[in-house]
Design a protein around this ligand. Sequence first.
Ligand code: FAD
Length: 324
Amino acid sequence: MSIKELYNEKSRPSLSLEFFPPKMEAGKRNLLERMERMSALDPLFITVTWGAGGSTAEKTLELAALAQRNLNLPVCMHLTCTNMDRTIIDKALHKCQQAGIRNILALRGDPPVGESWNQNNTQPAEFQHAVDLVKYIKSQYGSYFCIGVAAYPEGHCEGEAEANQQNPLKDLPYLKEKVDAGADFVITQLFYDVDKFLAFERLYVEHISTEVPLIPGLMPVNSFLLFNRAAKLSHASIPKYILDKFPEEIQHDDHAVKSICVRLLADIVDRIYNDTQGRIKCFHFYTLNLEKAVAQIVAESSTLRYILTQAEEEDAENMADQVG
Ligand code: FAD
Protein backbone atom coordinates (compact mmCIF):
# COMPACT_ATOMS: atom_id res chain seq x y z
CA MET A 1 0.00 0.00 0.00
CA SER A 2 1.22 3.54 -0.57
CA ILE A 3 2.51 5.62 2.33
CA LYS A 4 0.27 8.50 1.28
CA GLU A 5 -2.89 6.37 1.57
CA LEU A 6 -1.80 4.89 4.89
CA TYR A 7 -0.88 8.29 6.29
CA ASN A 8 -4.24 9.73 5.37
CA GLU A 9 -6.11 6.75 6.79
CA LYS A 10 -4.30 6.77 10.11
CA SER A 11 -5.89 9.09 12.62
CA ARG A 12 -3.51 8.43 15.53
CA PRO A 13 0.20 9.38 15.71
CA SER A 14 2.62 6.81 14.32
CA LEU A 15 6.23 6.18 13.44
CA SER A 16 8.40 4.88 10.64
CA LEU A 17 11.73 3.07 10.85
CA GLU A 18 14.85 3.30 8.70
CA PHE A 19 17.30 0.40 8.28
CA PHE A 20 20.46 -0.03 6.24
CA PRO A 21 21.50 -3.28 4.51
CA PRO A 22 24.15 -5.16 6.51
CA LYS A 23 27.33 -6.25 4.74
CA MET A 24 27.25 -9.89 5.85
CA GLU A 25 24.70 -12.68 5.37
CA ALA A 26 24.46 -13.34 9.12
CA GLY A 27 23.86 -9.64 9.71
CA LYS A 28 20.98 -9.76 7.24
CA ARG A 29 19.33 -12.71 9.03
CA ASN A 30 19.68 -10.99 12.42
CA LEU A 31 18.32 -7.76 11.03
CA LEU A 32 15.27 -9.42 9.50
CA GLU A 33 14.47 -11.00 12.88
CA ARG A 34 14.95 -7.64 14.57
CA MET A 35 12.72 -5.94 12.03
CA GLU A 36 10.06 -8.55 12.70
CA ARG A 37 10.22 -7.90 16.45
CA MET A 38 10.13 -4.14 15.82
CA SER A 39 6.96 -4.52 13.79
CA ALA A 40 5.26 -4.73 17.22
CA LEU A 41 5.74 -0.93 17.24
CA ASP A 42 3.18 -0.87 14.43
CA PRO A 43 5.28 1.33 12.08
CA LEU A 44 3.37 3.04 9.30
CA PHE A 45 6.22 2.00 7.01
CA ILE A 46 9.87 1.03 7.03
CA THR A 47 12.61 2.33 4.77
CA VAL A 48 15.82 0.74 3.48
CA THR A 49 18.77 2.99 2.61
CA TRP A 50 20.66 3.01 -0.69
CA GLY A 51 24.41 3.56 -0.92
CA ALA A 52 25.21 6.65 -3.01
CA GLY A 53 26.37 5.77 -6.51
CA GLY A 54 24.58 2.41 -6.25
CA SER A 55 27.23 1.00 -3.90
CA THR A 56 24.68 -1.14 -2.02
CA ALA A 57 22.25 -1.67 -4.91
CA GLU A 58 22.03 -5.47 -4.70
CA LYS A 59 21.92 -5.60 -0.89
CA THR A 60 19.38 -2.79 -0.65
CA LEU A 61 17.09 -4.40 -3.20
CA GLU A 62 17.38 -7.80 -1.53
CA LEU A 63 16.64 -6.47 1.96
CA ALA A 64 13.76 -4.29 0.74
CA ALA A 65 12.19 -7.21 -1.16
CA LEU A 66 12.59 -9.62 1.79
CA ALA A 67 11.08 -7.05 4.17
CA GLN A 68 8.19 -6.43 1.80
CA ARG A 69 7.53 -10.19 1.55
CA ASN A 70 8.04 -11.19 5.18
CA LEU A 71 6.89 -8.30 7.32
CA ASN A 72 3.46 -7.39 6.08
CA LEU A 73 4.52 -3.75 6.27
CA PRO A 74 4.83 -1.16 3.50
CA VAL A 75 8.45 -0.81 2.45
CA CYS A 76 9.99 2.36 1.06
CA MET A 77 13.29 1.95 -0.75
CA HIS A 78 15.70 4.89 -0.89
CA LEU A 79 17.15 5.55 -4.34
CA THR A 80 19.78 8.11 -5.32
CA CYS A 81 20.18 9.34 -8.88
CA THR A 82 23.56 11.00 -9.33
CA ASN A 83 26.98 9.50 -9.92
CA MET A 84 25.62 6.30 -11.38
CA ASP A 85 24.37 4.87 -14.62
CA ARG A 86 20.69 5.23 -15.50
CA THR A 87 20.43 1.48 -16.07
CA ILE A 88 20.96 0.99 -12.31
CA ILE A 89 17.96 3.24 -11.64
CA ASP A 90 15.84 1.42 -14.23
CA LYS A 91 16.78 -1.97 -12.83
CA ALA A 92 16.10 -0.88 -9.25
CA LEU A 93 12.65 0.52 -10.07
CA HIS A 94 11.76 -2.58 -12.10
CA LYS A 95 12.85 -4.90 -9.27
CA CYS A 96 10.85 -2.86 -6.75
CA GLN A 97 7.75 -3.20 -8.88
CA GLN A 98 8.32 -6.96 -9.24
CA ALA A 99 8.69 -7.26 -5.45
CA GLY A 100 5.47 -5.30 -4.83
CA ILE A 101 7.28 -2.30 -3.33
CA ARG A 102 5.13 0.81 -3.88
CA ASN A 103 7.22 3.52 -2.17
CA ILE A 104 10.50 5.17 -3.19
CA LEU A 105 12.43 7.91 -1.38
CA ALA A 106 13.90 9.84 -4.32
CA LEU A 107 17.27 11.39 -3.46
CA ARG A 108 20.13 13.09 -5.18
CA GLY A 109 22.95 11.43 -3.22
CA ASP A 110 26.38 12.86 -2.49
CA PRO A 111 29.70 12.61 -4.32
CA PRO A 112 32.12 9.97 -3.00
CA VAL A 113 33.83 10.96 0.26
CA GLY A 114 36.69 13.36 -0.35
CA GLU A 115 35.43 14.40 -3.79
CA SER A 116 33.29 17.31 -4.85
CA TRP A 117 30.80 17.53 -7.70
CA ASN A 118 33.29 19.63 -9.64
CA GLN A 119 35.94 16.92 -9.43
CA ASN A 120 33.59 14.14 -10.34
CA ASN A 121 30.73 15.54 -12.32
CA THR A 122 30.09 12.35 -14.23
CA GLN A 123 26.36 12.09 -13.73
CA PRO A 124 24.30 12.32 -16.89
CA ALA A 125 22.77 15.75 -17.33
CA GLU A 126 19.28 14.31 -16.85
CA PHE A 127 19.97 13.59 -13.14
CA GLN A 128 21.43 16.68 -11.49
CA HIS A 129 19.03 16.96 -8.56
CA ALA A 130 16.50 14.81 -6.74
CA VAL A 131 13.68 16.55 -8.63
CA ASP A 132 14.98 14.95 -11.84
CA LEU A 133 14.50 11.51 -10.29
CA VAL A 134 10.99 12.39 -9.10
CA LYS A 135 10.09 13.46 -12.65
CA TYR A 136 11.74 10.38 -14.15
CA ILE A 137 9.86 7.95 -11.88
CA LYS A 138 6.58 9.72 -12.67
CA SER A 139 7.28 9.61 -16.40
CA GLN A 140 8.13 5.89 -16.35
CA TYR A 141 5.66 4.55 -13.77
CA GLY A 142 2.81 7.09 -13.56
CA SER A 143 1.22 6.81 -10.15
CA TYR A 144 2.45 3.27 -9.35
CA PHE A 145 5.10 4.57 -6.95
CA CYS A 146 4.36 6.81 -4.00
CA ILE A 147 7.39 9.11 -3.94
CA GLY A 148 9.07 10.66 -0.92
CA VAL A 149 11.75 13.35 -0.94
CA ALA A 150 14.22 14.76 1.60
CA ALA A 151 14.12 18.12 3.39
CA TYR A 152 16.51 19.91 5.74
CA PRO A 153 15.02 21.83 8.68
CA GLU A 154 18.34 23.64 9.20
CA GLY A 155 19.13 23.96 5.49
CA HIS A 156 21.06 21.59 3.22
CA CYS A 157 24.81 21.78 3.52
CA GLU A 158 26.84 21.51 0.33
CA GLY A 159 30.39 20.75 1.51
CA GLU A 160 32.75 22.46 3.90
CA ALA A 161 32.30 25.91 2.44
CA GLU A 162 28.72 25.99 3.67
CA ALA A 163 29.20 24.30 7.05
CA ASN A 164 27.44 26.32 9.77
CA GLN A 165 26.01 28.66 7.14
CA GLN A 166 23.07 26.57 6.03
CA ASN A 167 19.88 28.41 5.30
CA PRO A 168 16.56 26.57 5.04
CA LEU A 169 15.16 29.44 2.97
CA LYS A 170 17.66 28.71 0.22
CA ASP A 171 16.32 25.17 -0.26
CA LEU A 172 12.62 26.01 -0.06
CA PRO A 173 12.07 26.72 -3.79
CA TYR A 174 13.79 23.42 -4.62
CA LEU A 175 11.70 21.52 -2.09
CA LYS A 176 8.63 23.09 -3.64
CA GLU A 177 9.88 22.00 -7.05
CA LYS A 178 10.10 18.39 -5.77
CA VAL A 179 6.59 18.53 -4.32
CA ASP A 180 5.17 20.16 -7.45
CA ALA A 181 6.85 17.43 -9.53
CA GLY A 182 4.77 14.84 -7.67
CA ALA A 183 6.40 14.01 -4.32
CA ASP A 184 3.80 12.48 -2.00
CA PHE A 185 5.61 12.83 1.32
CA VAL A 186 8.71 14.48 2.77
CA ILE A 187 11.14 13.09 5.35
CA THR A 188 13.57 15.44 7.07
CA GLN A 189 17.20 15.21 7.92
CA LEU A 190 17.77 14.43 11.60
CA PHE A 191 17.78 17.36 13.99
CA TYR A 192 17.94 17.99 17.73
CA ASP A 193 16.93 21.64 17.80
CA VAL A 194 13.16 21.39 17.98
CA ASP A 195 12.66 25.17 17.69
CA LYS A 196 14.43 25.10 14.33
CA PHE A 197 12.22 22.23 13.18
CA LEU A 198 9.06 24.05 14.29
CA ALA A 199 10.15 27.22 12.45
CA PHE A 200 10.78 25.08 9.36
CA GLU A 201 7.36 23.43 9.69
CA ARG A 202 5.71 26.85 9.65
CA LEU A 203 7.60 27.72 6.45
CA TYR A 204 6.59 24.37 4.99
CA VAL A 205 2.90 24.94 5.70
CA GLU A 206 3.06 28.49 4.37
CA HIS A 207 5.14 27.93 1.23
CA ILE A 208 5.12 24.25 0.29
CA SER A 209 2.02 22.28 1.19
CA THR A 210 -0.66 21.55 3.74
CA GLU A 211 -1.50 18.27 2.00
CA VAL A 212 1.84 16.53 1.50
CA PRO A 213 2.92 15.01 4.86
CA LEU A 214 6.10 16.30 6.46
CA ILE A 215 7.76 13.59 8.56
CA PRO A 216 10.49 14.66 11.01
CA GLY A 217 13.64 12.49 11.13
CA LEU A 218 15.01 11.57 14.57
CA MET A 219 18.09 9.58 15.47
CA PRO A 220 18.31 7.74 18.80
CA VAL A 221 21.89 7.53 20.04
CA ASN A 222 23.82 5.01 22.04
CA SER A 223 26.90 6.98 23.03
CA PHE A 224 28.06 10.57 23.33
CA LEU A 225 30.59 9.94 20.58
CA LEU A 226 27.86 8.81 18.19
CA PHE A 227 25.64 11.71 19.20
CA ASN A 228 28.35 14.21 18.25
CA ARG A 229 29.33 12.34 15.09
CA ALA A 230 25.74 12.04 13.83
CA ALA A 231 25.07 15.73 14.48
CA LYS A 232 28.31 16.73 12.74
CA LEU A 233 27.76 14.52 9.67
CA SER A 234 24.23 15.76 9.17
CA HIS A 235 25.07 19.35 10.08
CA ALA A 236 22.47 19.32 12.86
CA SER A 237 23.03 21.85 15.60
CA ILE A 238 22.81 20.85 19.24
CA PRO A 239 21.25 23.55 21.43
CA LYS A 240 23.07 24.48 24.63
CA TYR A 241 20.27 23.20 26.87
CA ILE A 242 20.82 19.74 25.33
CA LEU A 243 24.62 19.85 25.61
CA ASP A 244 24.21 20.82 29.29
CA LYS A 245 22.49 17.47 29.86
CA PHE A 246 25.81 15.73 29.16
CA PRO A 247 28.35 16.97 31.72
CA GLU A 248 31.83 15.54 31.21
CA GLU A 249 31.51 12.98 33.98
CA ILE A 250 28.71 11.14 32.16
CA GLN A 251 29.97 11.45 28.59
CA HIS A 252 31.71 8.06 28.89
CA ASP A 253 28.79 6.39 30.60
CA ASP A 254 26.89 4.96 27.60
CA HIS A 255 24.03 3.74 29.76
CA ALA A 256 23.41 7.23 31.19
CA VAL A 257 23.83 8.86 27.76
CA LYS A 258 21.31 6.43 26.24
CA SER A 259 18.64 7.12 28.83
CA ILE A 260 19.10 10.90 28.57
CA CYS A 261 18.74 10.61 24.77
CA VAL A 262 15.61 8.48 25.09
CA ARG A 263 14.00 11.14 27.32
CA LEU A 264 15.21 13.89 24.99
CA LEU A 265 13.72 12.33 21.86
CA ALA A 266 10.47 11.43 23.63
CA ASP A 267 10.19 15.12 24.64
CA ILE A 268 10.94 16.21 21.05
CA VAL A 269 8.16 13.94 19.70
CA ASP A 270 5.66 15.23 22.27
CA ARG A 271 6.55 18.86 21.75
CA ILE A 272 6.28 18.62 17.96
CA TYR A 273 2.96 16.77 18.13
CA ASN A 274 1.49 19.25 20.61
CA ASP A 275 2.90 22.45 19.09
CA THR A 276 1.71 21.52 15.60
CA GLN A 277 -1.66 20.41 17.00
CA GLY A 278 -1.22 17.01 15.43
CA ARG A 279 -0.36 18.32 11.95
CA ILE A 280 2.85 16.35 12.35
CA LYS A 281 1.66 12.85 13.20
CA CYS A 282 4.36 10.48 11.96
CA PHE A 283 7.93 10.38 13.30
CA HIS A 284 10.74 8.77 11.32
CA PHE A 285 13.49 7.04 13.30
CA TYR A 286 16.95 6.50 11.87
CA THR A 287 17.33 3.24 13.82
CA LEU A 288 20.97 2.48 12.87
CA ASN A 289 19.59 -1.09 12.84
CA LEU A 290 19.32 -1.01 16.63
CA GLU A 291 16.26 -2.32 18.35
CA LYS A 292 15.77 -1.07 21.87
CA ALA A 293 16.09 2.70 21.79
CA VAL A 294 13.03 3.31 19.59
CA ALA A 295 10.86 1.09 21.80
CA GLN A 296 12.10 3.00 24.86
CA ILE A 297 11.30 6.34 23.22
CA VAL A 298 7.82 5.10 22.33
CA ALA A 299 7.31 3.99 25.95
CA GLU A 300 8.37 7.40 27.28
CA SER A 301 6.49 9.56 24.80
CA SER A 302 2.97 10.54 25.78
CA THR A 303 2.19 10.87 22.04
CA LEU A 304 3.33 7.40 20.99
CA ARG A 305 2.94 5.37 24.20
CA TYR A 306 -0.52 4.16 23.21
CA ILE A 307 1.14 1.96 20.54
CA LEU A 308 2.73 -0.25 23.20
CA THR A 309 -0.40 -0.39 25.31
CA GLN A 310 -2.31 -1.42 22.20
CA ALA A 311 0.28 -4.10 21.37
CA GLU A 312 0.17 -5.41 24.94
CA GLU A 313 -3.62 -5.52 24.81
CA GLU A 314 -3.50 -7.43 21.51
CA ASP A 315 -0.96 -9.86 23.00
CA ALA A 316 -3.19 -10.40 26.01
CA GLU A 317 -6.21 -11.01 23.76
CA ASN A 318 -4.26 -13.48 21.62
CA MET A 319 -3.14 -15.29 24.74
CA ALA A 320 -6.71 -15.39 26.03
CA ASP A 321 -7.88 -16.81 22.67
CA GLN A 322 -5.19 -19.48 22.79
CA VAL A 323 -6.05 -20.40 26.36
CA GLY A 324 -9.77 -20.31 25.55
P1 FAD B 1 18.33 17.75 -3.80
O1 FAD B 1 16.89 17.91 -3.49
O2 FAD B 1 18.73 17.61 -5.21
O3 FAD B 1 19.10 18.98 -3.12
C1 FAD B 1 20.51 18.99 -3.06
C2 FAD B 1 21.03 20.41 -3.06
O4 FAD B 1 20.82 21.00 -4.33
C3 FAD B 1 20.36 21.35 -2.06
O5 FAD B 1 21.35 22.24 -1.58
C4 FAD B 1 19.32 22.07 -2.87
O6 FAD B 1 19.03 23.36 -2.33
C5 FAD B 1 20.00 22.17 -4.23
N1 FAD B 1 19.06 22.09 -5.36
C6 FAD B 1 18.01 21.24 -5.50
N2 FAD B 1 17.40 21.43 -6.68
C7 FAD B 1 18.09 22.42 -7.31
C8 FAD B 1 17.95 23.07 -8.56
N3 FAD B 1 16.96 22.74 -9.41
N4 FAD B 1 18.84 24.05 -8.88
C9 FAD B 1 19.83 24.40 -8.03
N5 FAD B 1 19.99 23.82 -6.81
C10 FAD B 1 19.14 22.85 -6.46
N6 FAD B 1 21.93 9.56 0.76
C11 FAD B 1 22.25 8.35 0.24
O7 FAD B 1 23.25 8.24 -0.46
N7 FAD B 1 21.50 7.23 0.49
C12 FAD B 1 20.36 7.27 1.24
O8 FAD B 1 19.70 6.24 1.45
C13 FAD B 1 19.98 8.53 1.81
N8 FAD B 1 18.87 8.65 2.55
C14 FAD B 1 18.49 9.89 3.00
C15 FAD B 1 17.28 10.00 3.72
C16 FAD B 1 16.86 11.24 4.19
C17 FAD B 1 15.54 11.34 4.93
C18 FAD B 1 17.67 12.40 3.98
C19 FAD B 1 17.24 13.71 4.53
C20 FAD B 1 18.87 12.28 3.28
C21 FAD B 1 19.28 11.03 2.78
N9 FAD B 1 20.46 10.90 2.05
C22 FAD B 1 20.81 9.67 1.53
C23 FAD B 1 21.36 12.03 1.87
C24 FAD B 1 21.11 12.84 0.57
O9 FAD B 1 21.45 12.07 -0.56
C25 FAD B 1 22.00 14.08 0.67
O10 FAD B 1 21.58 14.89 1.73
C26 FAD B 1 22.17 14.88 -0.61
O11 FAD B 1 23.23 15.81 -0.38
C27 FAD B 1 20.96 15.70 -1.03
O12 FAD B 1 19.95 14.91 -1.46
P2 FAD B 1 18.51 15.56 -1.84
O13 FAD B 1 17.71 14.44 -2.34
O14 FAD B 1 18.00 16.36 -0.73
O15 FAD B 1 18.98 16.51 -3.03
